[in-house]
Every structure is written in structure tokens, then in C-alpha cells.
Design a protein around this ligand. Sequence first.
Ligand code: ADP
Length: 268
Amino acid sequence: MIEFKNVSKSYGNGTKALDNVSMKIEQGEFVFIVGDSGAGKSTLLKIIMREEVATEGTVVIKNRLLNTMKKKDIPYFRRHLGIVFQDFRLIPTMTVYDNVAFAMRVIGAKEKRISKRVPYVLDLVGLGSKADSLPNELSGGEQQRVALARAVVNNADIIIADEPTGNIDAKRSCEIVEMLEKINATGTTVVMVTHSEELVRRYGRRIITIEDGKIRSDDISRVGQKREDFVLPDLDIGSKRAAREVDEFIRSYHSDRRDVNGGESDEQ
Ligand code: ADP
């Protein structure tokens, strides 16, 4: 499904971001890619998405050789992928419903199908009641779930999630993993990138660790183990404060907006 053979990637400035990486991910697998900042995780994802091309080695995804793929074929190839970007990339002027529907509209889906599929997917990520909200009316965690809904709405074969780095609430990370597990249970391949080793150790999944552009370990020892086997102390949720700050910011932003648009003084 996803195969890297002796892949290296050097950027124009001489930085070698990946160094002789070989790995194979089968259909239906759930794989965590972990590593410190600068290890090469984003570069690996960009190569899978065909945003970057390997300098050496070969990359085959869904039986397509990415190295030599023509520009015009890239959008078709990307239809196999559902991507949850670090910064979500939601369209601020569109409702939650339209943000998700948009992904279907760009591939020419019919409105009848869209009106069935979008509510189903929003329910799947627990946002059924937020369809008419705008992104800035949602918490950070809810925005991330909209991004996830949009990634899965077209029934992609591979879901790629690039977890936001920095002050992300640990509870929120677990929530996203659990939603990805639900999606994976339907046969979709999931690749999730994270910097948190603590997070990945909670799940019975394959863990590929990247260090200085190389695969340091490819660990399948936890695969198949049950959740109960991973009873760990609570994650450090010191970052809860940061999540609260984001929520407060969103709330105040929202009330400012109401003042601007809804205040009597604005009416002509
Ligand atoms: P990670 O996602 O694990 O933080 P990256 O793949 O972003 O790692 O980066 C790996 C290395 O490649 C880092 O040294 C980074 O500075 C470098 N790098 C990433 N993108 C570029 C780029 N576009 N141009 C030059 N160097 C880059």
C-alpha cells in the first residue's frame, strides 16, 4: 500500500531530512510515526502526499510510483488520501457543514449524496449539532474534528493525520486517536504523526520512530494488545491551561464579532 525503498530527501539548502528510509505499510494498518521536532516526520508525510519528491530511492503508494508521477495525475492520486493538517486549514467563512461538503463538491459529488454523507460523518466525529457553526465558534478540539470529518468524507483509502505540535491538550490527542481507530476499524489505513511518545504508548499499534532522518525503530510488539494492558498514569495535562486560553480567545473573538455585526450602532 505504502512502500518506501531506500528513500533519502535532501532540500536545496543541503539539509538531509530523510536518510535511507525503507518501510512498508499494509492496507488497513494503523501506524504511528513518532520523533522529535526536526527528525523528518513532516518530510515523510510530504513525500507520501507527493508535495515533495524523494531525492533518492523509490516511493510506491497504491501501486503508483510517486517519483515519476506527472503533475496532472497528482490530484487524482490525492483522492486516495484524506489529510488532517496540523493547522486544520478550515475555511473561516464557511459553516462546518460547508467545510466538509466542500471536499465532496471539488470532486464533483452530487448534492443529494452530499446531503446524506456530510451529516453522517459529522455525527461520526460528534459534531452533529454544530453543522451550522462557523469554525471560529468552535473550540480547538472541535475544529480538529471538522478537519477529520473533511478528511474522511470522500472515503479515502489512507488517512494521514499530522498532529498539531506545541501545547495540545493530551485528552484531545487521545480523542483524535480514538476517532481514527473507529475509522481504521472500517478498513481504512491510518498514518498518524505525533511528537508524543507518551501518547503512542497507550495504544496497541505499530510505532515507527524517526531520528535524524532515519528509522530508529519499527515496533510491532504492541500490536493486538488490548487497551486494558496499557493502564498508565494520567498524561501530563499541564497544557490544559493552553487549551483553555484558546477557548477563551475563541469566545472573545466571537463576542467581538457580535458587537461589530449585531450592535445597534451598526444598523443604518
Ligand atoms: P519534523 O516534522 O520531524 O519536525 P521535518 O521533516 O519538518 O521534521 O524536518 C526535517 C529537517 O529538514 C529539519 O532539519 C528541517 O529544518 C529541514 N527542512 C524541512 N523542510 C525544509 C525545507 N523546505 N527546506 C530546507 N530544510 C527543510
